[in-house]
Design a protein around this ligand. Structure first.
Ligand code: GLU
Length: 496
């Protein structure tokens, strides 16, 4: 490969999303994944999915699956990672324990790390003492200059050491952040020398992440602002490994309307992407909403697809200030996409919410007509279960109040009788003509508005509101309409 080609490969954008499979895919992680994805696409780069499972206790396969499913559902497909070449999942940190140890040995050799023999009990006692004296919890670097005699004694006691990285203090670690601008962190705020390999042999996140980012030639680390102190620690490790660090960009945190961080404890399942998936949100709406939450489209467009955003996305247009998660606004986006996406797609997505009904009684085309008639009034697709019920029930349940106020009235039998008499004159295939015929019959009997429509709606759907009347008649077809009017008429007579 020529030097020039080498340079091109070197400069090629490589970004990653590195979720820990210790919980379901969080809205914040999805937003970070989205920004990484858009950045990669914008620059013709590579987007990597890496699972950070260094927390052996809390990492679970079910969360790995949820994260993978959620990212795929959102359309944030990765170019390297699970499912793409190699074993599944290829980028698990727990598979690379020896590899991290090798780098830790290198640091021990160049005297930027050391073996620490402090026991859990000793460290807990230290914390207690600091608490009592009102100090911030931190490691007191006691293991940094152990004598050979002390080390031999600890080893004879059977203590298994961890590896700690030396954090020199005081010192400022500073960098130019592609979103936040200039950042400087005082190493005195980093909690003392940090463990990089636990005594169990497992690498700690701040260490593993550096090695992985080096291994994967990551050029830009785009992640949440809550990692700013970690970035300072990681920059120190890059320095000790004599490796150039990637560019860092910290996206603002996401708050609720009361300016509280989005958290499982406060907001329950609504912080998880899966929650929106189950409720029938459109992935296009979530992606559009999350993208515009902290990023401004250069033409200030509000509605755009992932592909459209990828053409113009860059980090300089990402806001520095916190984002606000407002479910009403998300619902606005969702309603928009439910109305605008192709009807075949929305029908397919609606089917899981219609599973309890006997779907076979309608053709595919009619199912699309049902969804089309209902979708204008839906905020989430899950609402279609109740909205569509009357199309499928042999006899729609008539609301008590509707029975009382509409069917018991003196107008209902007149309207329903003429409808029944003239039913054969309806052109059922044409919703607009069905509506016209209803209006014409109304004219004949001197009725319009709710006097005319409510009894018909009550008979057909059991309620006085709902989708377009012409569409409803057309979809139900002659046989169902006849049966429903006959039933409602019986009801009128009984109640008289
Ligand atoms: N596993 C970390 C997290 O889920 C990754 C942070 C990073 O991007 O470095 O927060």
């Amino acid at each position: 490969m020529s030097n020039h080609a080498n340079q091109q490969v070197k400069d090629k954008v490589r970004v990653r999303i590195a979720p820990s499979p210790t919980g379901h895919l969080h809205v914040g992680t999805a937003r970070t994944a989205l920004y990484n994805y858009l950045f990669a696409r914008r620059h013709g780069g590579t987007f990597v999915l890496r699972l950070e499972d260094t927390d052996e206790v809390r990492s679970k396969d079910e969360y790995t699956k949820d994260i993978i499913d959620g990212l795929k559902w959102l359309g944030l497909t990765w170019d390297e990672g699970p499912d793409i070449g190699g074993p599944y999942p290829p980028y698990k940190q727990t598979d690379k324990i020896d590899h991290y140890e090798h780098f830790a040995d290198k640091l021990i050799k160049n005297k930027t790390a050391y073996l620490c023999y402090a026991t859990t009990e000793e460290l807990t006692a230290l914390k207690e003492e600091q608490k009592e004296t009102g100090q911030a919890p931190r490691y007191d670097n006691r293991g940094r200059d152990l004598t050979d005699a002390a080390r031999t004694k600890y080893e004879a006691e059977g203590r298994i050491p961890s590896v700690r990285f030396i954090v020199e203090e005081p010192r400022m670690v500073s960098w130019h952040d592609s979103i936040k601008g200039e950042i400087a962190i005082d190493t005195s705020d980093l909690g003392g020398d940090m463990v990089i390999i636990k005594s169990s042999g497992v690498a700690i996140y701040n260490f593993a992440v550096v090695i992985d980012d080096i291994d994967m030639k990551i050029t830009h680390v785009i992640r949440g602002e809550d990692h700013i102190h970690n970035t300072a620690k990681q920059l120190l490790i890059y320095e000790a490994l004599e490796t150039d660090p990637p560019v860092f960009a910290h996206a603002p945190l996401i708050f609720d309307l009361e300016r509280q961080k989005l958290s499982k404890r406060k907001h329950g399942e609504s912080v998880h992407i899966d929650y929106y998936r189950k409720k029938g949100y459109m992935p296009e709406a979530i992606v559009n909403y999350l993208t515009q939450m902290s990023w401004t489209h250069p033409e200030e467009k509000e509605i755009y697809s992932l592909e459209e955003a990828a053409l113009v996305f860059d980090l300089d247009k990402v806001s520095k200030s916190p984002a606000v998660f407002d479910v009403d606004r998300l619902n606005w986006f969702n309603g928009h996409y439910i109305r605008q996406l192709p009807i075949e797609l929305i029908t397919e997505r609606a089917l899981p919410f219609l599973q309890d009904f006997d779907l076979k009684q309608y053709s595919k085309e009619d199912l699309e007509h049902i969804v089309s008639a209902l979708r204008n009034n839906l905020t989430t697709l899950s609402e279609i279960t109740d909205a569509a019920r009357f199309f499928f029930d042999a006899k729609p349940t008539i609301e008590a109040e509707v029975k009382e106020t509409v069917l018991k009235g003196d107008k209902a039998p007149i309207v329903l009788k003429i409808l029944l008499d003239k039913l054969s004159s309806f052109e059922f295939a044409d919703p607009a003509s069905c509506k016209k015929t209803v209006d014409a019959l109304g004219k004949e009997i001197g009725m319009k508005g709710k006097d005319l429509y409510w009894p018909i709606r009550a008979a057909l759907s059991g309620t006085t509101h709902g989708p377009d009347l012409g569409a409803t008649i057309s979809i139900l077809g002659e046989k169902r309409v006849r049966t429903r009017i006959e039933t409602a008429l019986e009801h009128c007579c009984l109640s008289k």
